[in-house]
Design a protein around this ligand. Structure first.
Ligand SMILES: [Zn+2]
Length: 262
């Protein structure tokens, strides 16, 4: 089910990893960001779009991980954009992405996975006929990771950052994974200070109002603790956490290893 989180901005959450697909209504059709996750989800999302009475005129992938580069034939064949670095990584890893999809997202056509093209060089906004959507690229989580700011709607689509359920997950191949992540948090914080009232993370609950600052604070504290060589004891990796208890503690250990080996 699509829930309207701001004027003309809708989110559908999947059961798998509480993944959020975002739909932004434009003048001639919708922008669809990170549709997920399995074939049935995507078909339900297509039904939701039919009910809204809108087609898809543009796609966007926030980063080149398998759960963010999916598509369904019912969304049609509009351009699916991403940053150039995201496209480069997705194309280099296409076979691996398709394997992951085959394993984890039944019912998704492998041929539609990762068929993204780069944004025009130096494009600061998405080329489309809806409300202005600013693209904010940074080095965090995955190559070419980007958040989308919709100023007129007060919405930030944050990709896989600022989640209530997932700790910061670094790009292990980055030059300075922790330092770059810290900079990216500040970049998103600056965007939020421009009047963001609704934050849509890639996974977990949509945040509003004061909760947005709490999200920024939690991720900031986590990264700061790691960079100073301490364990942040983040509640999101508590063994009793309701999300990801089968993989997040391991991811946290990997993060601690990255911090030690800097
Ligand atoms: Zn994700």
């Amino acid at each position: 089910m699509l829930t309207e989180v701001a004027d003309g901005v809708f989110v559908r959450q999947s059961t798998f990893c509480r993944s959020n697909a975002t739909v932004v209504r434009g003048d001639e059709g919708a922008l669809l960001v990170d549709p997920g996750v399995d074939g049935r989800d995507l078909a339900d999302l297509a039904d939701d779009l039919d009910r809204l009475g809108t087609g898809v005129v543009l796609g966007f992938a926030t980063h080149p991980h398998w759960d963010h580069v999916l598509w369904h034939e019912r969304f049609g064949t509009p351009r699916r954009l991403a940053t150039a670095a995201c496209v480069g990584a997705a194309h280099a890893l296409r076979t691996r992405l398709q394997e992951r999809v085959a394993e984890l997202a039944p019912g998704v056509a492998p041929s539609l996975v990762g068929r993204i093209v780069p944004l025009p060089a130096d494009a600061a906004t998405l080329p489309w006929s809806g409300p202005e959507v600013r693209v904010s690229e940074h080095q965090a989580h995955a190559p070419g990771h980007a958040a989308l700011l919709i100023p007129a709607r007060g919405v930030l689509i944050a990709g896989d950052m600022l989640s209530d359920v997932e700790i910061p997950l670094f790009d292990p191949d980055g030059d300075d994974p922790l330092g770059d992540y810290a900079l990216a948090i500040e970049q998103l914080a600056a965007l939020c200070a421009e009047g963001v009232a609704t934050l849509v993370p890639g996974h977990g609950a949509v945040a509003a109002g004061a909760e947005i600052d709490a999200r920024i604070g939690a991720d900031r504290s986590y990264v700061r603790a790691l960079r100073s060589g301490t364990d942040p004891h983040d509640p999101r990796v508590d063994p009793g956490a309701s999300y990801g208890s089968d993989w997040l503690p391991e991811a946290h250990e990997r993060n601690m290893g990255l911090a030690r080996n800097r």
